[in-house]
Every structure is written in C-alpha cells, then in structure tokens.
Design a protein around this ligand. Structure first.
Ligand code: AMP
Ligand code: MN
Length: 327
C-alpha cells in the first residue's frame, strides 16, 4: 500500500502522542460509530489512552456492537488530551461537542466540502465510508486487523453505502470488505444486528409514515413527513426513524426521497436520498447542511407546504439536470 502524505503525518502524530479523544457528528450513524471505535481499538492496541465522546447516543441497534455502550455522551470534551481525532465531520461544529478545538485536531473525513479545520487533515471524498480511511490508518500503524476492529469497519461500510446501494462504492470498498471477512467479520450477523433487531413501535411508525407519504406530480419523488403527534399515536419515537427514508427508494419509479421531521414549530430536519447520478448533496448544502450525492441532510425553517414545494422543485431540477445517458 502506498501511504498518502496526509496519512503518514497522522501516523507520526499518533505515535508521538499518548492521550486521545475521538469524536464524530451529532446524531451519529454507523460510519461515525464504526470509524470511531475501530480507531479507538487500534490506538489502544498501541498502548494509547482513548476517550470516545459524542453529543448524542448511537442508534439503538448499534448498542449491540463492541464498545458502543461505553461511548461517553456529552456536549463538552473536558480533560486533557494530546490530540482530538474528529471523524466524519465537514466542520468542527458538526460534532456538537465543545472544547475540542483546544487540542491538536486530526480531521479524518469523506464528506465533500470539508473545511480542513484540523492541524492535520486527511480527506477523501472518494471513500464510500470514513471507515475506509480508518482501515488504511490501521494498516499504516502496522496493527493486526482484530475481529472487533474489522467488525466496526464493516458496520460503517455496510451502513454508509446504504447496504451497498450508493454510487460511492468502489473496487477498494470490496477489497477492504474481503480483508474484513478474512479477519473474522460475520456479515450475516452484522446485517441481522443492524437491520433485524428493531422494536414493534418502530415497525408501526414505519407504517404510519408510509401511509402518509406523498408522491410528486411526476411520480419520481417521495415526500415523507413525521411530527411528534404522529410518532406518539404510532407508538414509536424519533429514535425509531433511522432507515425509513430508504424504503420509498425500493419502488422502481421513485428516484429520490425527501423526509421532513418536525423538530420545533416551523423547524424541520430534512433528510434526502437519491438513486445513481442524482445529486441531492448540493441541495442540502444550499440550505446550510451537507452530505453526499446520494445521502444528505439539513435543517430548515418555514411553513411546511412552502418548504415541501421548494425541495420538490430543487430535486426535480437535480433529476432533469443529469446527462441524458445516465437517466
Ligand atoms: P441523514 O439524512 O441525517 O442520515 O444524513 C445523510 C448524510 O448527510 C450523512 O452523511 C450526514 O453526515 C450528512 N448530513 C446530514 N445533515 C447534515 C448537516 N446538517 N450538515 C452536514 N452534513 C449533513
Ligand atoms: Mn460517512
């Protein structure tokens, strides 16, 4: 493997430091958790002291994975650390954890538009998951790929590619996965733990949200909506919504999905997903959010009807703007 200069600097910085804090974005997903814990296990194998902290807890199914229940939840990184490793964050504020800027910041990410906020920045938008970079880091540190490390990297890749659906997948993705399986990952068990360990409230909530789903006049965009009242009636919570957004995409004609989750009066957390070449990442960016071509999000304020109209128009433009041969 050829080591990039950025990676080599990170390896050197890790070797010469002892106490690390590892953080990722608020409302962490599989790639946040997998990247953080794979790195934490690797650094501990080198004899380093590692604290993992996030602003919000992991989604419930991920609590079954090694080390996840031990992640600290807090909005401040207290204590003394020699370096902060930030995974999966385009800017430092995405962590929702204050005080990280006091340390030597190592920024490892794959989100387009990363602001290079660290003392060291290693950024690769071509990686299907941030954990692909962590894989290279583990190799560059010349550490054995333990089953726990491999499982976390696999968890991250599986979830961040939408179960191998998104266009970010490359030959490297499968080459890494091959090595992860050789290191002892059980892909059937990981898929079961991630996708088949929900509670009944979540299934009912899916039913309620899908019953209320709307389709745009061209039949290509699904619009889903959830507020607290709907969640309460269905017997689920906002924590149960992970993955709902991917379901409308299973319909052949549906090219993109936009999900509005009400957070406060007139304030909505927007998640978007798309197929193939439809770039909804730049739409999220226009509204102060971010993400990738096929998976992105932002938070918006305004009357819901006007917001839905705006997003449908933008997504229709993104669908029609693709090169004709890719449609
Ligand atoms: P989500 O819809 O929340 O699952 O997010 C999909 C993707 O977009 C993930 O890679 C997120 O990290 C990214 N993303 C979501 N919201 C934001 C935001 N406000 N700012 C930057 N990136 C975001
Ligand atoms: Mn990611």
């Amino acid at each position: 493997m050829t080591t990039s200069p950025d990676l080599q600097h990170i390896v050197d910085a890790i070797r010469t430091r002892q106490r690390f804090v590892i953080s990722s974005h608020s409302r962490p997903d599989g790639d946040s958790i997998g990247s953080q814990l794979a790195a934490a296990y690797a650094l501990r194998a080198l004899g380093k002291e590692v604290t993992v902290i996030n602003a919000d807890p992991a989604p419930p199914p991920l609590l079954q994975f090694p080390g996840v229940p031990d992640i600290m939840i807090g909005d401040r990184a207290d204590g003394d650390f020699d370096a902060a490793i930030i995974m999966e964050c385009g800017d430092l504020a995405r962590t929702g954890v204050a005080g990280l800027e006091r340390f030597f910041v190592i920024n490892i990410d794959h989100h387009p538009g990363n602001t290079a906020y660290g003392q060291l920045n290693w950024f690769d938008a071509g990686a299907a998951a941030c954990a692909e970079l962590v894989f290279d880091l583990v190799r560059a540190l010349k550490l054995p790929l333990t089953r726990d490390i491999a499982t976390h990297i696999y968890l991250a890749i599986l979830t961040d590619t939408g179960s191998f659906h998104f266009s970010s997948i490359s030959p490297r993705t499968f080459d890494i996965c091959r090595q992860l399986l050789e290191a002892g990952v059980d892909p059937v068990q990981v898929a079961r733990d991630v996708y088949d360990s929900n509670n009944m409230g979540r299934l009912k909530l899916f039913g309620a949200v899908l019953s209320a789903m709307q389709i745009d006049p061209t039949g290509r965009i699904a619009i889903v909506y959830l507020d607290n009242e709907m969640a309460r009636k269905a017997g689920g919570t906002y924590d149960d919504t992970e993955g709902i957004i991917n379901l409308p995409l299973t319909v052949k004609e549906i090219q993109a999905v936009v999900f509005f989750k009400k957070t406060e009066d007139n304030q909505y957390r927007v998640s978007m997903r798309s197929k193939g070449d439809i770039d909804i990442g730049s739409i999220a960016k226009e509204f102060g959010g971010g993400g990738h071509k096929n998976a992105a999000g932002c938070t918006v304020t305004g009357p819901i009807n006007a917001l839905q109209k705006t997003f449908i128009e933008k997504i229709e433009e993104a669908i029609d703007g693709r090169p004709a041969h890719r449609r």
